[in-house]
Design a protein around this ligand. Structure first.
Ligand SMILES: Nc1ncnc2c1ncn2[C@@H]1O[C@H](COP(=O)(O)OP(=O)(O)O)[C@@H](O)[C@H]1O
Ligand SMILES: [Mg+2]
Length: 473
């Protein structure tokens, strides 16, 4: 299937010596661009699907040259693609691939995530492979590039097409309306199917059972110490008092912890009591105080659990939630129950610069999950504005990349170093992306692709604040 306009396009020819890559040369009028899909018709009748990676041209000479990758051999009926092999050829005609040929990248179009359309061809739907979210994913783009919106599109699709549970660390309340259909999607099958999923929205301000709480006694010792800014060596005596806190007086969840500590009559207990008071820990809303803790809820594996981290009075409270959840997941890792751990604005939790004990504890756990969580079914999806804002030990473990608009050449260079599998010409395009345009590369795509994201099925939570305008007269 080729269209007439293309039949009349000037001929471009390609050669492939290894059946993996190809070089081509032809007229400037051929509409080839990095990331674009082409078919390569060799003289023996073989038709292969390829992807253009680099394009160069000289304006004076009117000549276009470039190179690309062979993705597989197209079946005779044009509907299937054998991706295990490519065939070398001495000469082949190159054309822009049509929609059916691109769709052949996916064995079962019903089993993939539909996230938008290709930038190069708006009529061809773009897909991600859901089963490859069993890797860590890095999602990057400058502020306002559309990360959170696009992330929502992908999460909706995962909810629709998979049984992969997810927990969403949501610092700006962007996902708190994930249960509500957007006006454009209302009354569609997709919206109805989404409404049937078990989506829990936990917020600090919500009444029980939807409040976002942590049980202090359930925190591991190192986490309790981090809450109290206690160092095991510098604060030896208070630290050992902390070890006994459970046996002696319950926990911070109780109101009488300070008086109970003072009643112990030791100087270290008095010091610990003063510490609790000075830090204002008893005023924190995050403590469970007998109500259900977030770790218990996540452990029941709702289809999605949204953690609204932005609604606490004290920023440390959101770190306590993150630490409690990540520590608990790690402690139960041997259960090997799959979970997608989505962290928007992930630099809040994984920045290499943070130094407070809570920050360090959370980051260390993230580094560990990044390094070893995969085989236990703990898969990260981290979104941030700049690669340097995430600890390199975390980022280097990511196999999937989503990149939205990013103009900084330093940041693009850093991404190129870590994600060597992305064609450089496609990475460079990210500096010219409009809002909602994204590059996907890595295991979760059949081939690197540039996409215009589709619309959301559910409502966004924290929409941009608008400049107040005066009524026009
Ligand atoms: N693909 C899109 N279609 C429509 N609106 C979008 C799209 N992407 C982003 N927006 C809007 O642009 C604003 C910023 O997007 P957002 O996803 O919050 O950016 P980021 O998370 O990268 O800072 C939001 O108000 C959002 O509604
Ligand atoms: Mg955002």
């Amino acid at each position: 299937m080729t269209t007439n306009t293309l039949d009349s396009a000037p001929e471009t020819t390609a050669v492939s010596l290894d059946g993996r890559s190809f070089q081509f040369a032809g007229s400037l009028r051929s509409a080839f661009q990095p990331g674009g899909f082409v078919t390569l018709h060799s003289e023996d009748g073989t038709r292969q699907l390829g992807q253009v990676e680099e394009v160069a041209f000289s304006i004076g000479g009117g000549d276009l040259q470039g190179s690309g990758r062979i993705l597989g051999v197209v079946s005779d009926d044009g509907e299937k693609l054998d991706q295990r092999r490519g065939v070398p050829f001495g000469a082949a005609r190159v054309r822009v691939a049509d929609a059916a040929e691109v769709e052949a990248l996916y064995d079962d179009p019903g089993a993939v995530l539909e996230i938008g359309s290709y930038l190069a061809s708006a009529d061809v739907a773009a897909h991600l492979l859901p089963h490859r979210f069993n890797r860590h994913t890095f999602w990057c783009g400058q502020s306002g590039s559309g990360k959170t919106y696009a992330l929502g599109v992908v999460l909706e699709q995962l909810l629709l097409r998979t049984n992969l549970p997810m927990v969403i660390f949501d610092p700006n309340g962007d996902f708190v309306r994930l249960r509500e259909s957007s006006p454009s999607a209302e009354d569609t099958d997709a919206a109805r199917a989404l409404a049937e999923r078990n989506i829990r929205i936990l917020r600090p301000s919500s009444p029980d059972p939807d409040s976002l709480r942590v049980r202090f006694v359930s925190l591991p010792l190192h986490a309790k110490a981090a809450v109290m800014h206690l160092d095991p060596l510098d604060d030896r005596e208070e630290y050992s008092e902390l070890i006994h806190i459970e046996e002696t007086m319950g926990a911070l969840d109780g109101k009488d912890v300070v008086s109970a500590l003072i009643a112990r009559g030791t100087s270290s207990a008095a010091a610990l009591a003063a510490r609790v008071e000075n830090l204002g820990l008893l005023d924190w809303n995050v403590w469970a105080r007998g109500f259900e803790a977030v770790t218990d809820i996540v452990d029941t594996r709702p289809d999605a659990t949204v953690l609204d981290l932005g609604g606490f009075d004290n920023p440390d409270e959101s770190l306590v939630v993150a630490m409690a959840v990540l520590d608990d997941l790690w402690a139960r890792r041997e259960q090997r129950r799959p979970l997608l751990i989505v962290i928007d604005e992930a630099h809040n939790l994984g920045s290499p610069e943070h130094q407070s004990p809570l920050h360090v504890a959370v980051r260390e756990r993230l580094i560990q999950i990044a390094a070893e969580g995969r085989k236990f079914g703990l898969w990260l999806l981290l979104s941030t504005q700049r690669p340097s804002r995430i600890h390199p030990s975390i980022m280097s473990q990511c196999d999937n990349l989503a990149l939205m608009k990013m103009t900084s050449p330093i940041d693009l260079d850093e991404l190129a170093t870590i994600f060597g599998f992305v064609p450089p010409a496609m990475l460079a395009r990210a500096s010219r992306f409009a809002q909602g345009e994204a590059l996907f590369a890595g295991g979760f795509t059949a081939a690197p692709m540039m996409v215009k994201m589709g619309g959301r099925l559910t409502l966004e939570g924290g929409v941009d604040v608008r400049v107040p305008m005066r009524p026009s007269s």
